[in-house]
Design a protein around this ligand. Structure first.
Ligand SMILES: *Cc1c(COP(=O)(O)O)cnc(C)c1O
Length: 392
């Protein structure tokens, strides 16, 4: 099938399928670690790369390849390399593209483990990272050094849903000979396609919306054949590979991605609007609201505001905890991108490793709550939050 001819809903269901001799309709799950050759010469040709085909599942497996091709079609990428987790995707990007002495400029508002990876692990191998504002491009410009090789950004950010101007960052990156990588976890390709906005690399935690039902871990790196060659080389040798079983789960998850993202987004917008009018809520952070500082930019580069809503309750941590503990249905967990709605208090969970001063700089105050809106009825989600909010 020619991917260019089809819409995203169709690609999510049909792109990347390779059928075996049995003509199975649903994607097959190949649980095999290695592949056999017809003769010694064929084995040699495969290992030399002269003949296409599978060798060993650390680097290729037909089920994983189907997932890679489907996600590549959705993101409009030449190539995709699937990984064991979202963190493995970010690690593979850095290991594939950078060397000791290189410099990264990253948004200050990125996933906590990404900060740990850049500062405490990659930093030990001679790659330094400077953190800048996700929304002020002049800080990126000012942080540029002759050895800057990578811009890394997440948009919208977690938990405050700040939106970065991907086109503007791409223009600065191109002019400076830097690769721009975007973590597209919050939007998924159903809502935002960073490569079409000028990004060079997209990374995913497939664990979140691509699965969509909180079952398995996985990740992916997408981009041009040229940029992905080193990423693939790292994966082939070092082995943070996606399992075939997980790839099969993600293939099934992708089939409903667009439908789920539209439903998450519609409920999130309605919930954000309701929260904004609640007397015990001080502030709501949701890119789909007109009150969001980058609302217009968000509506230009995303199809919707997404499924994550953050809000500050009046009364700080005790009030925030009271709202959490009054819920009867919503799951108290830090995961997101699940059919089940989740609630978390960033100050004491996902962002607890930051100092109070770092949190204050990032705008994360003690009354902040983050809700990843699931697929339950909006009325039930709202009632579950109203119980605690009304009692404050
Ligand atoms: C969860 C997450 C990751 C890491 O993904 P894992 O699959 O948990 O390794 C990276 N970036 C963002 C934005 C995330 O939410």
């Amino acid at each position: 099938m020619q991917n260019e001819d089809y819409d995203i809903e169709t690609l999510a269901v049909r792109a990347g399928i390779t059928r075996s001799q049995f003509g199975e309709h649903s994607e097959a799950l190949y649980l095999t670690s290695s592949f056999v050759f017809n003769n010694a010469a064929e084995a040699q040709a495969r290992f030399k790369g002269e003949q296409p085909g599978n060798i060993y599942a650390r680097f290729t497996n037909p089920t994983v390849t189907m997932f890679e091709q489907r996600l590549a079609a959705l993101e409009g990428a030449e190539r995709c390399v699937a990984t064991a987790s979202g963190m493995a995707a970010i690690l593979a990007t850095v290991m594939g593209l950078l060397k000791a002495g290189d410099h990264i400029i990253a948004s200050r508002s990125i996933f906590g483990s990404t900060v740990q990876l850049f500062s405490n692990i990659i930093g030990r191998f001679g790659v330094e990272t400077t953190y800048v504002s996700p929304t002020d491009i002049s800080e990126w410009q000012a942080a540029l050094r002759p050895n800057t090789k990578l811009f890394f950004v997440e948009s919208p950010s977690n938990p405050l849903t700040e939106v970065s101007d991907i086109r503007a960052l791409s223009a600065l990156a191109k002019q400076s000979g830097v690769v721009l990588a975007v973590d597209n976890c919050f939007c998924s390709p159903a809502l935002q396609q960073p490569l079409k906005l000028g990004a060079d690399i997209v990374v995913h935690s497939a664990t979140k919306y691509l699965d969509g039902q909180g079952r398995v871990l996985g990740g992916a790196v997408l981009g041009s054949h040229q940029l992905l060659e080193g990423v693939y080389g790292f994966l082939r040798t070092a082995g943070p590979t996606m399992s075939a079983f997980n790839a099969w789960v993600f293939l099934k998850g992708l089939e409903t991605l667009k439908l789920r993202m539209d439903a998450h987004s519609a409920s999130a917008l309605a919930l954000a609007t309701w929260l904004e009018a609640h007397p015990n809520v001080a502030r709501v952070y949701y890119p789909g609201l007109a009150s969001h500082p980058q609302h217009e930019l968000a509506m230009r580069q995303q199809r919707t505001g997404g499924g994550i809503v953050a809000f500050e309750v009046k009364g700080g941590q005790p009030a925030a905890w009271q709202v959490i503990d009054a819920t009867k249905m919503i799951s108290i967990t830090a995961n997101l991108g699940d059919a089940k709605t989740t609630i978390t208090h960033p100050t004491t969970t996902t962002h607890s490793r930051m100092t109070p001063e770092q949190r204050a700089n990032a705008g994360i105050n003690d009354g902040l709550l983050r809700v990843a809106v699931g697929l339950e009825s909006l009325r039930d989600i709202q009632n579950d939050l109203a119980r605690g909010l009304d009692a404050l």
